[in-house]
Design a protein around this ligand. Sequence first.
Ligand code: EPZ
Length: 436
Amino acid sequence: MWASRWYHRLIMGENKFVIVGGNPLRGEVRVGGAKNSVLKLMAASLLTPEECLIHNVPRITDVKIMVEVLRRLGAGVTWEGSSLRVCAGEFTSREAPYQLVRRMRASIIVLGPLVARWGEASVAIPGGCNIGSRKIDMHLKGLAELGAEISTEHGYVHARAARLKGTHIVLDFPSVGATENLIMAAVGAEGRTVIENAAREPEIQDLAAFLASMGAEVEGAGTPVITVTGPCDLKGTEHTAIGDRIEAGTLAVAAAVAGGEVALAGVDPRHLGLPLEKLREVGVEVEEAEGRLLVRGGGEYRSVDLATLPFPGFPTDLQPQIMVLLSLAGGTSVITENVFESRFMFVDELNRMGCDISIEGHHAIVRGVGALSGAEVCAPDLRAGAALVLAGLAAEGETHLLDVYHVDRGYENLEAKLSSLGADITRVGVEEEPIL
Ligand code: EPZ
């Protein structure tokens, strides 16, 4: 953690957000393309030597790292506005190196397509992160069941397969990444592959649509049973990524905690079913009109209990954000985190802003408080960083959020979007205090 912070402050010219709370939000914002779909569409582009054009790509750090991963493999990748043109005709390498994987663990998602296309791949084993150990055992077990030989040494996983053979896979848990890696590997396998207990997230459906447009046969995406028939010679394609439901959910909670009225465009409301229901239960007015979400905040809020679960359950990626809202509600709420083992690390930072949250195992007991107070806080990870921004919008006084490079991983110009709605938030370079 310290080394990463040093790296960012020295190399990346660390920034912080300075937020002055109290402004209500008003206006309309278009959310960007879904980070957790675009990264997989980019990986899927490795399955064909032909050109793939992906639209609605957010310019966020995770995408920039994935661009570096694809280029390291030998693919041509060029930006065209908010579109990416990927051409994986020639490969100069079949290895995703540690110095890239350590910065973006989702790089593991190139494993499946590389094995399907070339029969071999070496990917650095992603470390854990602030929200959990982030294991990949289900990815590897499924690839082995498809006929790949898996070995791990010197911090890398090596997968080799003269030929992949369709099979019946049952996942222990509906893992998003494992489902995606195995779908892409199965595209290169001979025969039918059935993946049971598959993840059902909208991003999986977007990947399946992308693969189908390349000529793959993928059925059942969005249900717990996905069937892939291979092998397929895939063609290039052009595809527009779905809107980012987590960015939309984050901005909806921003409108709730800051008060005001915000319209969110560019997201499919069906991808936010339960989160919108929970916001209504709390007392936030949420309407859907002409494909946009209208969120009206500022009233009295009620405590509610919620548990994070795989889609269509409440998304773990909105857990930190709704915790801020529940801190402003009357009464006590219980949030249960079922997806990651340590996704409450940021609670201490929230409590420094006046929240009253205690942790009991995988439950967070959130006692409503009258108001929050601005403070100097650090973002420990992407979604917790976003939650601390929301807390700053609601807090009395000034909040300085350090280590915003975490937030930049998944939100494009978050401060610009919030400022356009009336928030008082600015990005400031951090002058290193001399250590005397
Ligand atoms: C994806 O991560 C998302 N990331 C995460 O979003 C999201 O929180 C998560 O899905 C759950 O929805 C991307 O899509 C890039 P999982 P992923 O495999 O695929 C355990 C964000 O903020 N597990 O569904 O890594 C794992 O440790 C990020 O945008 C195994 O034990 O999630 C975790 O506890 C954060 N073995 C749980 O399953 C495995 O082989 C869910 O992981 C795989 C996973």
